[in-house]
Design a protein around this ligand. Structure first.
Ligand code: G6P
Length: 611
């Protein structure tokens, strides 16, 4: 959360920064600001989205080739003009942008206040700026040393960028816990929280690691630790393309990403799923495959939609690979003294690869000797780099805050892993493996078929767009899909929605059902079919409005439901890859009817880099 962009070179810095901040708005959009170094440091900032900042800049006419910018997801201090970044030191010598949380800011602020510092706002970031100023002044050290000394005094996380009017043509950046990378061009260097702002200029990037800083000038960059030890960093080449991060004619990124799924699922399986040989090859975990195969149990840790994918994974690994699984909220795992050790394998799932809670869970598990495997979408992300081995989902950049194509790619990876482990653990017959591999291979085509139902789903969306509550029910593999469907609706339409295992409905939610309650039931033709039909009857008896996601040939469900969205048949274990698609479309269209900001829902951020 919070996005940082910086530029030093020969271009108009505000142009590069504004464009970049727009790409990073998924990380937060409470306020935006910019500092341009051109003799002096000129700051413009304010509440609201980057477009407001852009208008401010047009009016001000500020120009320069060096600058930093920020788009904020508020943690400390309300999202207003004063709390917007950049923040000044007391004398307005330098301006600083920050992503993360300075946890001991209150104690530091009290000390600095005693020393005469006056603060404009309530942010933890402003405290860091004043701390640097104080150290520089009292310690009579150069600015870079003051930054290093200040960073050693702060607890918490930061990705920072600073421009100082006394340090011409220089940007100082540092990182601990919040992502930051450098884009290396010819006579220019870019700074960003992820690669999307820089990809149109260069594909050469340097990822900063924790406790590292970089001193950036027009001629290049120097990376060192905050303890001043110089480092030589690897320059990575990105494979991302500019088209991948543009809307390509769709009104919203979310719709584009929903549509992309037949391709992204295929991309995720390419070279890995080999139907001709009845084989799955997952190069990223080859090295640790023996340990994974012999694991006594698997602990899956993730947050949000990735946690829902993890729940699907639990069903898959237990059924297909006969491997016991526990699925943990990453945020809970770390704080309950978890029983995990060298015998265990942890599997973390993260689209962004930057989620702070997931990262903390990884560190805890590794500290206790467990092997940690990652499923990540963003190549080179912190989680991808901190895990022992991993599998990329290859879904391409996901920009819409509500996750869609990342979820189906994660479930695709989990399905492949489960089949591979089933084979290696000799608990899955070759015939069953062949049936699953064939079915998986056919999934992209079936996803494309579901996309053709968009009009049908649109009609249902229109009817229920103003319902105050929704209930989502599913069983077995599709219970996590019910949770995911409800989450999608909450996130982007602000409708209260709950996902439940269908049978659990009797233990509470049934009290909510009346003629106004839409109940989305995922009722595919699997071993739970008869039971879920009984659950549908229970809802009908209370006049609930049944919207069923079912298969063409499930006539019982089709006869009972008021509305039906049908999906093609597939292997039971793979149904989540299909059932989730109509739910994504339903939530998208309801949000559009309700005139909600689909790609940037209120209060949310795509990448949650604070705990
Ligand atoms: C945020 C996003 C969700 C995402 C979750 C976990 O809440 O809005 O879409 O599922 O973080 O993110 P990750 O990047 O770790 O999958």
């Amino acid at each position: 959360m919070c996005g940082i962009v910086g530029y030093i070179g020969f271009r108009d810095a505000s142009d590069v920064i504004i464009k970049g901040l727009k790409r990073l708005e998924y990380r937060g959009y409470d306020s935006a600001g910019i500092a341009i170094l051109n003799g002096d440091v000129k700051v413009r900032k304010g509440k609201g989205k980057v477009i407001n900042l852009e208008n401010m800049l047009i009016e001000s006419g500020i120009k320069g080739n060096v600058g930093i910018g920020h788009t904020r997801w508020a943690t400390h201090g309300e999202p207003n003009d004063v709390n917007a970044h950049p923040h000044w030191d007391g004398k307005h010598n330098f301006a600083l942008v920050h992503n993360g949380i300075i946890e001991n800011y209150d104690a530091l602020k009290k000390e600095l206040t005693k020393k005469g510092h006056i603060f404009d706002g309530e942010t933890d970031t402003e405290v860091l700026a004043h701390l640097i100023e104080e150290i520089e002044l009292v310690g009579k050290v150069d600015f870079e040393t003051a930054v290093q000394m200040a960073l050693k005094q702060v607890d918490g996380t930061y990705g920072i960028a600073i421009v100082n009017k006394h340090e011409k043509d220089k940007i100082i950046v540092a990182r601990k816990g919040s992502p930051l990378l450098l884009g290396i061009g010819e006579d220019e260097v870019f700074i960003a929280s992820d690669a999307s702002p820089i990809i149109e200029y260069t594909n050469k990037v340097v990822y900063l690691d924790d406790d590292e800083m970089a001193i950036i000038s027009r001629d290049g960059y120097q990376v060192k630790t905050i303890s001043n030890i110089e480092l030589t960093k690897e320059v990575h080449e990105l494979e991302m393309s500019i088209e991948q991060i543009e809307k390509g004619g769709y009104p919203h990124f979310m719709l584009k990403e929903i549509h992309e799924q037949s391709v992204t699922i295929a991309d995720c399986m390419r070279g890995r799923l080999l139907p001709d040989q009845n084989k799955i090859v997952l190069g990223g975990i080859e090295r640790v495959l023996d340990r994974l195969t012999n694991a006594k149990r698997l602990i899956i840790a993730a947050c949000g939609t990735s946690w829902h994918a993890g729940l699907v994974g639990e069903y898959l690994f237990e059924y297909i690979s006969k491997l016991p699984v526990e699925v943990e909220y990453a945020s809970e795992f770390r704080y309950r003294d978890p029983l995990i050790g060298p015998e265990d394998v942890m599997l973390v799932i993260s689209q962004s690869g930057e989620t702070a809670d997931t990262l903390a869970a990884i560190r805890e598990a590794r500290k206790r000797g467990a092997l940690v495997i990652g499923i990540c979408n963003v190549v080179g992300s912190t989680i991808a780099r901190e895990t022992d081995a991993g599998i990329y989902t290859h879904a391409g950049p996901e920009i819409g805050v509500a996750s869609t194509k990342a979820f189906t790619a994660q479930v695709t990876v989990l399905s492949m892993m489960a089949i591979l482990l089933g084979q290696r653990r000799k608990v899955l017959s070759e015939t069953d493996a062949a049936a699953m591999i064939k079915a998986l291979h056919e999934i992209p085509g079936k996803v494309a078929e579901i996309m053709e139902k968009k009009e049908e789903i649109d009609q249902i969306s229109r009817l229920f767009a103003y319902a105050p509550n929704f209930l989502y029910l599913g069983r077995s593999y599709n219970f996590p899909v019910a949770l995911e469907g409800a989450l999608k609706l909450k996130e982007i339409s602000y409708i209260h929605a709950e996902g439940y295992p269908a049978a659990e409905m009797k233990h509470g939610p049934i009290a909510l059902i009346d003629e106004y309650m839409p109940v989305v039931v995922i009722a595919v033709t699997d071993h739970t079919n008869e039971k879920i039909i009984s659950n549908i009857e229970e809802v009908r008896a209370r006049k609930g409005r049944i919207i069923a996601i079912t298969t063409e040939n499930n006539h019982d469900v089709r006869n009972l439901a008021e509305y039906c969205i049908t999906i093609p048949e597939t292997h039971d274990v793979l149904t989540p890859l299909l059932t989730v698609i109509p739910l994504q479309i339903l939530s998208y269209q309801i949000a559009v009817y309700r005139k909600c900001n689909v790609d940037q829902p209120r209060n949310l951020a795509k990448s949650v880099t604070v705990e």
